[in-house]
Each structure stands twice: as C-alpha cells, then as structure tokens.
Design a protein around this ligand. Structure first.
Ligand code: ZN
Length: 192
C-alpha cells in the first residue's frame, strides 16, 4: 500500500521554547510515574515520530546541539553513529494538577544522550556508565566531585517528582503536525 506522504515538518514549532536549558548537558531522569508514556508514544505511528525527528536533526545541521558531535565524530570516538531527538520537559503545577509539558525537542548525540539518561545507561554495564561520566565531565568541565553532586541533585529531583501523578502535555507534537493515537491511556494527555 502506498504511503501517504505529507509536507516536511517546519523548523519552527509553535509554543516550543528552543532556549530551554540552552545547550546544557545534564542528567534528566523521568519520574517513575511517567515511565512508558513519553511524548513520542502517543503519536499515531512510527512515521509520525520519524517526520518530526528528521526535522529536529535537519534544523541542527545533523550535529549535536550540546557538544557538536556529528555521526562521523561519534564513529571515530567508538560510539554507534546515532543522533537522538531528545524530549525536554518542564514540570508544572496547574491548579490542582501536575503537568509534564513537552517544551523542547533537541538534537543530541548518543554520547550526550547516555548522560541525560544515565540511569538507563548504567544498566548497560560499567563501560557505558564510565564513558557517560567522562562525557559529562568533558562537556561541562566538571571534576568528579562536581559530577557526583549533580547526580545526587538529579536523583533528589527524580524522587520528588516520582511522588506525583503527571498529566502529559504534548501540544508541541500536535503543533509540529503530529497525529494522536486514539484509544485509552494510563494517564491524561493534553493535546491542544
Ligand atoms: Zn553530544
């Protein structure tokens, strides 16, 4: 069956804050109460996410917006040559509710993505954890103590946020031309 193609996703997405956290590299742990339902999982198909992330890579010139690595750089450094469209969220209190709002999509190389998701990285083994630590210290100019302090604070924030139920605001993906997967979800999705 022929796929219906749609126009490319524009580089400017209404309501996206591309300045959110600048080009900082930091550990960004997803609260346990949000696991299993990232923004991309509410999209109608893989194709929807593919369209959006292709735009994220293109507008960044196919280089990491944090450290500048290209796929070729990654390969030379011994990584798989992969870029990621990382979802940066803000966590808000709105009236009685707590809202996890997708606020920015950022092109990150695999080396930086391993830092952002260091909890998951650590499950891959000590080699992966070590190289994530090295990347965080190199990019941020941190000492080992500064990295440890950052990781302690990231964990504290994660524990605090994991105590709450969060609605998922993915209006950004709608504004990027995405389509919502119909059906039941385990938490409320804001899509307008
Ligand atoms: Zn990077």
């Amino acid at each position: 069956m022929a796929r219906i193609t749609r126009p490319p996703v524009p580089h400017f997405i209404d309501a996206e804050d591309r300045s959110l956290a600048g080009s900082a590299l930091y550990v960004d742990l997803i609260p346990t109460t949000c696991w299993g339902s990232a923004g991309r999982t509410v999209l109608a198909s893989q194709y929807e996410w593919q369209r959006i992330r292709t735009m994220v890579y293109e507008r960044a010139g196919n280089a990491c917006e944090v450290c500048g690595n290209t796929r070729e750089d990654l390969e030379q450094l011994g990584y798989a040559p992969r870029l990621h469209a990382h979802e940066r969220y803000t966590y808000l209190s709105v009236g009685e509710s707590r809202v996890q709002r997708l606020t920015r999509l950022i092109c990150q190389c695999l080396a930086c993505d391993e830092v952002t998701h260091i909890g998951r990285t650590s499950t891959l083994g000590p080699h992966y954890l070590d190289r994530a630590r090295t990347q965080a210290m190199r990019v941020n100019g941190w000492t080992r103590n500064e990295l440890d302090a950052h990781m302690t604070e990231a964990r504290r924030l994660w524990e605090e946020r994991s105590q709450w139920e969060w609605k998922l605001d993915v209006t950004l993906l709608k504004n990027a031309g995405g389509r919502l997967l119909p059906g039941q979800r385990d938490r409320e999705v804001i899509w307008d």
